[in-house]
Design a protein around this ligand. Structure first.
Ligand code: ARG
Length: 493
């Protein structure tokens, strides 16, 4: 028999091993059962304590226990239906799992690093409780398709929770926009006063960003909702399994079409983190604005004390910690996305242990999103605008200059000429230390003879916002129309 170039014939290998360790196989191996890993039959010595600690994932993947058990029960029922295990085995397995669920729920379940991960901890306990039936559970399955199934099941539930929280935040934005539909503030470009906008319109900009995020999350869910189980280690299994049945029982919309892909790709987790990163980036923009608006120089809004904190040294301080922290947490979610992309990069097919590293970033992304969404759904209704300060700021930066140019265009002046005339009027107003809107008709007429007394309506803040009366414009009537549309969208497209 010709040995493959990379592996020595097994007799020679065993001899070399005895020479290396000075021990014969069976004698040096821990007795099967207690303390021995499920795969220990092939090994000459137990794994070192340090390696055990290094490779164990139970410390974090025990979080998947409930979904692991759900997947296992569906698998066991399929094994029974396919005649692969007996009815009494299935009864024993279901009875064992009922006990384990109770043990985990009450905190009595003992998680052991010796059993490496959530799957083997639960399987070992099952076997301890029900004997051989527990040992039959892993027929036609591998931890590779098992973990891929667990993560998808778990993430699908978390996505549904997060989608609900996101709707809550969007609803809070709609309510706030309705309350503040007609409040006027300066709209900025380059952080310089540009044109007046309504606060309701400004808030609804975030509704739109979050609505696109929600659509991205829904798209991600359809790709999460695919069953990997049945792929086994990588190539499928020799048993007559019924994957469609397992998919139905677990609520998966379809079955993964390629076993190698099913056990190895984590693109669904990457995609979820991409959703999360983009959502946090959007939220960080709102956070940045809240922080700016709370600066006493602007004083556009206030937040109740319960969202702020003081300083241990400066008695006068009242800091917008919640928006600052959320802005900071955006960094960790973006970091998790980068981590998962890098984890997947260049991985050869099929499963590699690298993928164990997908859990903690994914878990932390989910936790960060849920916490952040809940806090902001509570915070947004508490944003109290200061209409006087907003108005003052809007009436100080010649914010209606574009309105005057548009006025001149409507009187027949080409836009470029109108722009030039208004620019000169602004320069004059600046020199006078007055706002453009405060100039008299006579003063304004120096820059264009087409200006009449009706100009003052266009130069007011109310006139300016009301004139932008089309879909997507800032006019209060449009804000109210947008609110009606947004409510419909939230009720279910
Ligand atoms: N703890 C592993 C993970 O998270 C489970 C799959 C282990 N498979 C294996 N062949 N070692 O990916």
């Amino acid at each position: 028999m010709a040995a493959k170039p990379i592996s020595r014939p097994s007799a020679a290998r065993a001899k070399a091993r005895v020479a290396r360790t000075g021990r014969k196989d069976a004698a040096s191996r821990p007795a099967p059962g207690k303390g021995a890993a499920a795969w220990s039959g092939r090994f000459a010595e137990p794994v070192s304590e340090r390696v055990k600690r290094y490779t164990a994932s139970v410390g974090f993947d025990k979080r998947l226990a409930a979904h692991d058990i759900r997947g296992s029960i569906a698998h066991a029922r399929m094994l029974r239906a396919a005649g692969i295990v007996s009815a009494s085995d299935l009864r024993a397995i279901e009875r064992g799992f009922a006990l384990i669920v109770r043990e985990i729920g009450s905190g009595r379940f003992i998680w052991s690093q010796d059993a490496e991960d959530v799957h083997m901890n639960i399987e070992q306990r099952l076997t301890a409780l029900v004997g051989d039936a527990g040992k039959r559970l892993h027929t036609a399955r591998s931890r590779n398709d098992q973990i891929a199934t667990d993560v998808r099941l778990w993430l699908r539930d978390e996505i549904d929770t997060i989608a609900g929280l996101l709707i809550g935040l969007q609803a809070a934005l709609i309510e706030a926009a309705e309350r503040h539909a007609a409040i006027i503030m300066p709209g900025f470009t380059h952080l310089q006063v540009a044109q007046p906008v309504t606060f309701g319109h400004h808030l609804l900009a975030y509704f739109e960003m979050f609505e696109r995020d929600r659509a991205r999350l829904a798209g991600c869910r359809t790709r999460v909702n695919v069953l990997p189980l049945g792929a086994a280690a990588l190539a499928g299994t020799t048993f007559p399994i019924d994957r469609e049945r397992v998919a139905r029982e677990l609520g998966f919309a379809s079955v993964a079409r390629n076993s190698l892909d099913a056990v190895s790709d984590r693109d669904f987790a990457i995609e979820f983190c991409a959703f999360g990163a983009l959502f946090m980036v959007h939220l960080s923009r709102l956070c940045e604005e809240l922080i700016l608006w709370m600066n006493p120089r602007l004083d556009f809004i206030s937040l109740p004390d319960r969202f702020c904190t003081g300083s241990s040294i400066m008695p006068q301080k009242r800091n917008p910690d919640v928006p600052e922290l959320a802005r900071g947490k955006c960094a960790r979610v973006v970091g998790h996305l980068m981590g998962l992309l890098t984890l997947m990069k260049s991985q050869p097919l099929a499963y590699n242990k690298d993928n164990q590293e997908d859990k903690e970033p994914l878990f932390d992304t989910v936790d960060t999103l849920k916490d952040t969404l809940a806090v902001f759904a509570e915070l947004v209704p508490c944003i109290t605008p200061n209409p006087d300060a907003m108005r003052r700021a809007a009436s100080e930066g010649h914010a209606t200059a574009t309105d005057l140019a548009d006025y001149l265009v409507k009187k027949g002046l080409p836009f470029r000429d109108a722009h030039e005339a208004v620019a000169r009027a602004v320069r004059f107003a600046e020199g006078e230390g007055r706002d453009l809107s405060a100039l008299t008709t006579a003063e304004l007429r120096r820059y264009s003879g087409r200006i009449g007394r009706d100009v003052h309506r266009t130069l007011t803040l109310e006139g300016s916002v009301a004139a932008r009366n089309h879909i997507g414009g800032t006019a209060p009537v449009q804000v109210r129309a947008a609110i009606r549309r947004a409510r419909k969208v939230l009720r279910g497209r």
